[in-house]
Design a binder for this molecule. Structure first.
Ligand code: NAP
Length: 298
């Protein structure tokens, strides 16, 4: 990605009051959306479809943001909405209809689904080319095997931030906190890939002395969903710290990283909000453009 942007930007990174590079997801997302718009307005037809089940407010906000940014990128977007009482068969049928529609290139099923619905069974109705969230068994299998396929957007967004902000990965130690299939597991795979060449450790709720495990790392990715878990004593001076976790408090959205204490120790840090979440959307749109190309080449 880095070569796609202005060279002189690299010397001009914004810094936190404590001196860390601010890995600004808003800025990088806007760059990516603008770049996509240039490619798509050259005459491409790209359509992202979303499926929202139930009335979870944060999910609705996420879906709306995805549509807004898809439009800015020059894509067409479609939205299918089902009530909280939708049956498994109805949700699967909605996804199958979109899967069969040649006018739809990427499909995102907003998770989590309401209690009682089997998300894995729904996702398996997605053909791999349209699985722009990269969450089906086939996409995950392709990631493990290093084959072509869509990579889950949140861990991919973390990788884009590392690239954009010139964070060295080769030979570096990384710790990923959280072992979900949505974030932690694919993150470890991406960090350990040939060409990235970090040495990742996968930490979780049973990890003994998490602070000292993290203090060994040059890169920490926090995806636990525990507000303020990562404090300054978790951070090796100069390390890059990327906050994925989202918790909701009375004062708004809070990350896993205690930004105020960490920013004076870290070499680079993401804000929350304004960091990894923005990149999740940017990567979803990049995957959707890639999906339209994969389908056109079939
Ligand atoms: P998840 O499935 O609940 O997984 C959480 C993981 O964190 C589990 O592996 C858990 O360990 C681990 N964990 C929990 N508390 C811990 C602690 N105190 N110390 C160490 N590890 C701990 O959640 P997820 O879907 O991966 O999402 C993680 C967070 O990222 C959530 O806050 C979610 O909202 C957020 N998220 C953000 C984005 C974004 O775009 N920024 C996208 C997706 C998710 P065990 O396995 O041992 O239980």
């Amino acid at each position: 990605m880095t070569e796609n942007f202005a060279d002189n930007y690299a010397n001009n990174f914004e810094r936190t009051p404590g001196g860390a590079i601010l890995m600004d997801g808003n800025r990088l997302r806007d760059e990516i959306v603008a770049q996509l718009n240039t490619e798509i307005s050259g005459g491409l037809d790209v359509c992202l479809a979303t499926v929202l089940v139930g009335d979870d407010k944060p999910s609705r906000i996420y879906v709306n943001n995805k549509h807004r940014k898809a439009t800015e990128a020059g894509m067409v977007s479609r939205h299918v909405e089902l009530g909280a009482d939708a049956t498994q068969a109805e949700v699967e049928a909605a996804v199958s209809d979109l899967a069969a529609d040649p006018g739809v290139h990427g499909i995102l099923v907003q998770l989590p689904l309401p209690d009682g619905l089997d998300a894995d069974a729904v996702l398996e109705h997605l053909p791999p080319e349209k699985d722009v969230d990269g969450l089906t068994q086939r996409s995950m299998g392709a990631l493990v095997r290093g084959q072509q396929g869509h990579v889950p957007c949140t861990p991919l967004g973390v990788m884009r931030l590392l690239e954009r902000y010139d964070v060295a990965t080769s030979g570096k130690k990384a710790v990923v906190i959280g072992r979900s299939t949505l974030v932690g597991l694919p993150q470890v795979l991406l960090l350990g890939r040939k060409g990235v060449d970090a040495t990742p450790t996968l930490a979780h709720s049973r990890t003994d002395d998490l602070a000292s495990v993290c203090r060994e790392a040059d890169i920490v990715v926090a995806a636990a969903g525990m507000a303020g878990l990562v404090t300054a004593d978790f951070v090796k001076p100069g390390a890059a710290v990327l906050d994925v976790g989202i918790s909701r408090s009375e004062s708004g959205i809070v990350g896993d990283v205690d930004f105020d204490s960490v920013e004076s120790v870290a070499g680079a840090v993401t804000p929350m909000p304004g960091g990894t979440g923005r990149m999740t959307i940017a990567c979803l749109l990049q995957n959707t453009l890639a999906a339209s190309r994969m389908l056109a080449a079939k």
